[in-house]
Design a protein around this ligand. Structure first.
Ligand SMILES: *Cc1c(COP(=O)(O)O)cnc(C)c1O
Length: 401
């Protein structure tokens, strides 16, 4: 991949007709090292946030050895990229063929589930095909449903067993594995560490009721990144509160603590250069949108940082909305996105913080979606890891009940 100092240089050099994704390996490396050093347990990268092989290699080189995969395509991709990585299949509903391929061909031992049906599927799919013997090395995680009330994007509706079902399921799963975990997901972009407190409280209740030995607690993803209007408390606060509540659980003395960050590891990895095709009042028609890397900007009105890349713009900032390139009215991003008032067709804009659920969301709908990638070496437009967000230990807003 070609390397440039920053977005402006790329716009000058390439005058790109298609959007350009700007990758910052140094930013992903910094995020991965932060988690590897400061999270008091094992860190799995949730591949769905951004499955780019270049990124996965950067994370591996920075100490991330475990990967949360959710489809057989993600299993194959990570296995191909990183032959020695540990893969954990954390989607609670899997195809039988996917489980069998993951276990027998790719060495996957860790699976999550939230029903007895899925347990049976896993046990059957992992049997020795010759002898019919059940696998003795399965590591199974029961997914618990927890509240998403502290998060910007809910993950509470679809997966996870309720507290009423959890004890019986835990007891049953325990009979099929020597290593039993509990996992949950508090929802993406959790804006308060308390999200994990409520989830760990629920975990405690499930364990107490089930009276089984628990070998691992996986607090999932949800760790926030930083966006305009969404500045979370320092991640250290999340880590310390998780650590405290993990230690208070009635679990095996050597139980492991895991987390599965997606967004927090890769949000700062990518930004994108787009070009204005037309201006209509304070609406800019640009060449990427709801079916491209701006999925969240359109569908959940997420705001991303923007900068105009032209030197000849003199006016003060005004609020703009964006239309994407497809013919669909829904290809609309309300923003607001503050840009110079004299911005016009032909101008280039950098849109930041698209490394998570941005670059990965591009589709070919309506013939748009091409973008090539380059590496840039400047700082991401916003960062949780550049040292600017340290807070005094005494100034702790976290309310411990
Ligand atoms: C999406 C997902 C993650 C990553 O979530 P983030 O909010 O991006 O950190 C982790 N674990 C599971 C099971 C997921 O589905």
């Amino acid at each position: 991949m070609l390397e440039y100092p920053d977005a402006k240089t790329v716009a000058r050099a390439l005058k790109p007709d298609e959007p350009v994704i700007l990758n910052r390996p140094h930013a992903a490396r910094r995020a991965a090292k932060f988690f590897a050093e400061k999270f008091p347990g094992k860190v799995l990268y949730a591949v769905k946030a951004n499955p780019a092989p270049d990124l996965i290699e950067v994370l591996w080189d920075s100490g991330v050895t475990h990967y949360d995969v959710a489809s057989i395509a993600e299993v194959r991709l990570v296995r191909q990229t990183l032959p020695d990585a540990t893969l954990c299949f954390m989607h609670p509903i899997k195809r039988r063929s996917a489980i069998a391929e993951a276990y027998h061909q790719h060495g996957v031992k860790t699976f999550s589930l939230d029903t007895v049906e899925e347990l049976e599927k896993i046990v059957e799919a992992c049997r020795n095909p010759e002898t019919g013997e059940a696998a003795s090395d399965l590591r199974l995680c029961v997914r618990l449903r927890v509240s998403s009330e502290y998060s910007e994007l809910s993950l509470a509706a679809k997966f996870g067993c309720d507290l009423t079902e959890a004890p019986a399921l835990l007891q049953q799963v325990r009979q099929h594995c020597d290593w039993l975990g509990i996992c949950f997901h508090v929802g993406s972009q959790a804006m308060s560490p308390f999200a994990y407190v409520q989830a760990l409280d629920r975990t405690r209740a499930a364990i107490a009721e089930a009276s089984v030995v628990i070998d691992m607690i996986d607090v999932g993803g949800g760790f926030p990144s930083i966006y305009p209007g969404m500045e979370p408390p320092p991640l250290e606060d999340y880590f310390s509160i998780i650590h405290q509540h993990f230690y208070a659980l009635p679990i095996a003395y050597n139980a492991e603590l895991w987390c599965e960050p997606g967004r927090a590891l890769c949000a700062e990895y990518s930004s994108m250069i787009v070009q204005v095709d037309k201006r209509r009042g304070n609406e800019l028609y640009i060449n990427d949108g709801a079916y491209g890397a701006l999925y969240d900007a359109a569908h959940v009105a997420w705001r991303f940082p923007v900068t105009a890349l032209e030197d000849d713009l003199r006016d003060g900032l005004e609020d703009f909305a964006f239309y994407g390139p497809t013919c669909d009215d829904a290809d609309y991003m309300a923003g607001p996105f503050p840009l110079p008032g004299d911005i016009q067709a032909g101008d280039f804009i950098e849109i930041g913080m698209l490394g998570a659920y941005g670059a990965a969301m591009k589709t070919g709908f309506n013939g748009f979606g091409d973008a090539h990638c380059v590496v840039v070496t400047d700082e991401p437009m916003m960062s949780l890891f550049d040292g600017s967000r340290q807070r005094e230990a005494t100034d702790n807003v976290v309310n411990l009940r």
